[in-house]
Structures are given as structure tokens and as C-alpha cells.
Design a protein around this ligand. Structure first.
Ligand code: ATP
Ligand code: MG
Length: 417
């Protein structure tokens, strides 16, 4: 009896043990499967986060402006490719934003935003020495817009500030040139206007109209200054036409360069004769044809020859005009053996209103300083360049290179006069 029940108990126990073992193995398998699945989804999540970061960096790297993220302690935690390119080899991530900028004026807006949480923007004009570009900065003055704003963060997240640094040097320069232009133009117009008004006062208020000889003298001075005003206004209109993109509408017609030289020499004939200047033309190919706007090429040549004559009114002046074909361009030059241009002035002479000799007496009007500015813009509008060298007393040479392709392509047929 005892033996039978013992066998039964043992059998039941064995069966229970087997069942337990099977269940336990199933549980382990289930646990393993769960662990595997959780690891897979964790890995997948990590990968997704990594991909999202990469995508964000790719998008931010595509920005042309320098973009930085700054944590609540004021340390940079991200910098895009443009920021790395801008700051050169300098380390950015992990550094306090205050230390990153070589000029404290750039840090004002970011610090204000970090302190108040409010967006802040500043426009900063810096000298070459403290440009964010460091040693690679070549521009004397550089201008920047720095824009700081707090990024929206999820609840409990670390507050982050984004900074955008944009280079606005080109816009600043254009604005400066425009301001200078208006200031210079008003100044240049005011002088002849004041002279005309002065003579008018003499004529009318001081009753000089009754002295015909005096009146005639006054009127002729007034006419000279009125002519000067029209010339300035005309020159300013030409410059603004060339600068306003109308250059694209320049005529592009074939013309003989020799005929252009002939026109200019005819216009200046009386000055040449009275100054007993010697004019030499070098044109190996007399029939050379250029393609472009003949009106502007005549202006270019006129101004260069007129300058040589005007700056050297004494006998003994030799002016050489040359034009010849090179491999893929035309070379045109005007040289003289006059007083020349001091080397300190050479880099500036193509600027509007720039003159080496600034004094204008009431009788002698030498110029406004707009001629070379028109020359340069007209040549550039044709795709060419102009350079100048000067050894005072020996040779002052304006040298134009005009590419044959495109606007100035040489045309062998249908040449116009
Ligand atoms: P504008 O041409 O408007 O009547 P301008 O002749 O004074 O006036 P630019 O033609 O622009 O002005 O020339 C600028 C300055 O460059 C001149 O005032 C002169 O000082 C200098 N310059 C130009 N060409 C010569 C030259 N061949 N020799 C000496 N100085 C020159
Ligand atoms: Mg001139």
C-alpha cells in the first residue's frame, strides 16, 4: 500500500517537475524574446535619434550664414559648417560664446538674449583687426548682423539659444558708396551754384547790369560754371546708367577702333594744337574691329587722352594711343610722358570724385573726378579691365584688356564706320 502511494506521489512529482521545467523553459524563451525585442527597438530608437541629428546638421550646414547653438551657461554646443569656415581653425564647441568673438561688440546681442530670454539683434561694423574671420580678413572694414533668439524647448528641457552671424560687408560698402556719392555730388554742385549766385547778386543787386563790359565778363564766368553743372549731372547720369544694370543693354555692334580714335582727336584738336602736344598712334592693324558700344568706347578714349592733355598743359607732351590683338584679348593703352600720378594716389583714381589736384580756382576748372570712374565702369560693362602704372615724368600708362569672347568678340565683317 505504502509502496503504491509512494510510487503515485513520485510519478505526480515527476510529472509536475517536467511540466514546471517546460514552463520555465518557455518563460526563459519568452523573456529572451522580449529582451531581444526591447534591445532592437532601443537600437532602432538610437539610430532614429542619430539620423535626426545628422539630418539637422546637414540642413544647418547647408545654411550660408554661421549658425551656433549656445547652452544656458553661454557655452557653444553646436556650430554649423559656415561657422567653422568663418572662424577658421579656432575651436568652437565647448567654448564660452563671450570668448569666441574677437570683438566684444559681437557678443552684446547674444548676452542680452541669454540674460533676458528675449530675441536680440545687432548690426556691427568692425575694423580689420577684430573681424570674426581673424587673420584671413583682408577687408579694411567689415560689417555683420548678429541675431540671437531662444529656441522653444520641451518641458524640463535645457534652454538653448541660437545665434546667426551674417556677413553684410558688401551691402555696407554699397550703402557707404551711395552716401559718399550723394555727399560728394551735392558738394561739387554747390560750388558752381554759389559762384553763379554770387555773380547774379553783383549783376542785379549792385546794378552792374548797366556796365556792359563787366556784365559780359560776369556772364561768361557764369556760363562756364553752368556748363560745369551740366557736365557733372550728365556724368552722374552716365555712371548711374552703367551701375543700374543698364549695362546689359549696352549696344554690341562692330566698329573700327581707328575711327573712334579719329573722333576723339578731332574733338581735342584745338587743345592739342595749342599745347603743341605730340600724338602717336600704334595700330599694327589699322582696320581692327571691336565689338561693343561705340559711344562708351569714345567716352573711354576721350577721357584718357583729355586727362593726359589737361594734366600737362606745357609743350613737350607726348601722348601715345595703342591697340593690338593678343591671343584671346585686345590690348588698348593710352600713355603719356607728363607729370604722372603719385603712387599713393594710384589705388584711388578710379573712385568717383577723386582728384589728385583738388584745388579749383574760379577761373581754372580742371575736372570733377568722374571721368576715370566712367571709364572703369564702361570697360567693365564690356567684360574688360583697366590698370594704371605711373613713373612721373617718364610714363603714365592706362592699360585696357578686353576679352575677345562675348561682348567684345572681334568681327571680321559688317564693320561700321
Ligand atoms: P573729369 O574727368 O570728371 O572732368 P578729372 O579729369 O579730374 O575730372 P578723372 O578723369 O577721374 O577726373 O581723373 C582723376 C584724377 O586722376 C585727375 O584729377 C588727375 O589728378 C589724375 N589723372 C588722371 N589721368 C592722369 C594723367 N594722365 N596724368 C596725371 N594725372 C592724371
Ligand atoms: Mg578726366
Amino acid at each position: 500500500m505504502i509502496t503504491e502511494s509512494a510510487i503515485l506521489i513520485a510519478t505526480v512529482a515527476t510529472a509536475a517537475a517536467i511540466i514546471l521545467a517546460i514552463k520555465s523553459r518557455r518563460l526563459t524563451a519568452l523573456q529572451n524574446a522580449l529582451q531581444l525585442e526591447s534591445k532592437t527597438s532601443h537600437d532602432r530608437l538610437q539610430q532614429q535619434i542619430h539620423d535626426a541629428h545628422e539630418e539637422r546638421d546637414r540642413l544647418l550646414d547647408a545654411l550660408g550664414d554661421a549658425f551656433l547653438l549656445v547652452d544656458s551657461e553661454g557655452r557653444i554646443c553646436f556650430a554649423n559648417a559656415a561657422a567653422h569656415a568663418l572662424f577658421g581653425k579656432r575651436e568652437l564647441v565647448g567654448r564660452p560664446v563671450l570668448e569666441t568673438f574677437p570683438d566684444p561688440r559681437l557678443a552684446v546681442a547674444p548676452m542680452q538674449c541669454l540674460e533676458t530670454g528675449e530675441p536680440a539683434q545687432a548690426r556691427v561694423v568692425l575694423p580689420q583687426q577684430t573681424s570674426p574671420r581673424g587673420d584671413s580678413e583682408t577687408r579694411g572694414v567689415n560689417a555683420w548682423i548678429i541675431d540671437a533668439a531662444l529656441l522653444p524647448t520641451p518641458d524640463g528641457g535645457e534652454p538653448t539659444t541660437r545665434l546667426i552671424l551674417r556677413d553684410v560687408t558688401a551691402e555696407h560698402q554699397t550703402e557707404q558708396i551711395r552716401k559718399d556719392f550723394v555727399a560728394n555730388a551735392s558738394h561739387e554742385l554747390r560750388t558752381p551754384m554759389a559762384i553763379i549766385n554770387g555773380y547774379l547778386e553783383n549783376l542785379l543787386d549792385d546794378d552792374m547790369v548797366n556796365d556792359p563790359q563787366m556784365a559780359r565778363r560776369f556772364l561768361s564766368v557764369m556760363r562756364k560754371h553752368a556748363d560745369r553743372i551740366s557736365r557733372i549731372v550728365e556724368d552722374m547720369l552716365v555712371i548711374s546708367r552703367l551701375e543700374s544694370g543698364e549695362a546689359a543693354a549696352l549696344k554690341s555692334e562692330p566698329f573700327r577702333f581707328r575711327s573712334c580714335i579719329k573722333d576723339v582727336l578731332e574733338r581735342l584738336e584745338s587743345v592739342i594744337r595749342s599745347q603743341q602736344a605730340e600724338i602717336i598712334v600704334h595700330m599694327p592693324d589699322e582696320a581692327l574691329i571691336l565689338h561693343g558700344d561705340r559711344f562708351y568706347w569714345t567716352q573711354v578714349l576721350f577721357n584718357l587722352v583729355e586727362n593726359a592733355l589737361k594734366q600737362n598743359p606745357h609743350p613737350g607732351l607726348r601722348v601715345e594711343i595703342g591697340c593690338e590683338k593678343a591671343a584671346d584679348s585686345h590690348h588698348i593703352w593710352v600713355a603719356d610722358n607728363g607729370i604722372g600720378i603719385p603712387s599713393a594716389d594710384l589705388p584711388h583714381i578710379f573712385r568717383r570724385f577723386y582728384r589728385v589736384e583738388k584745388h579749383h580756382s574760379q577761373q581754372e576748372i580742371k575736372g570733377t573726378g568722374l571721368g576715370l570712374s566712367i571709364v572703369k565702369r564702361a570697360i567693365e560693362a564690356h567684360g574688360g579691365t583697366i590698370a594704371v602704372t605711373s613713373v612721373p615724368g617718364r610714363e603714365t600708362k592706362f592699360f585696357i584688356t578686353l576679352p575677345k569672347a562675348g561682348a567684345s568678340a572681334e568681327i571680321q565683317s559688317n564693320a561700321a564706320g
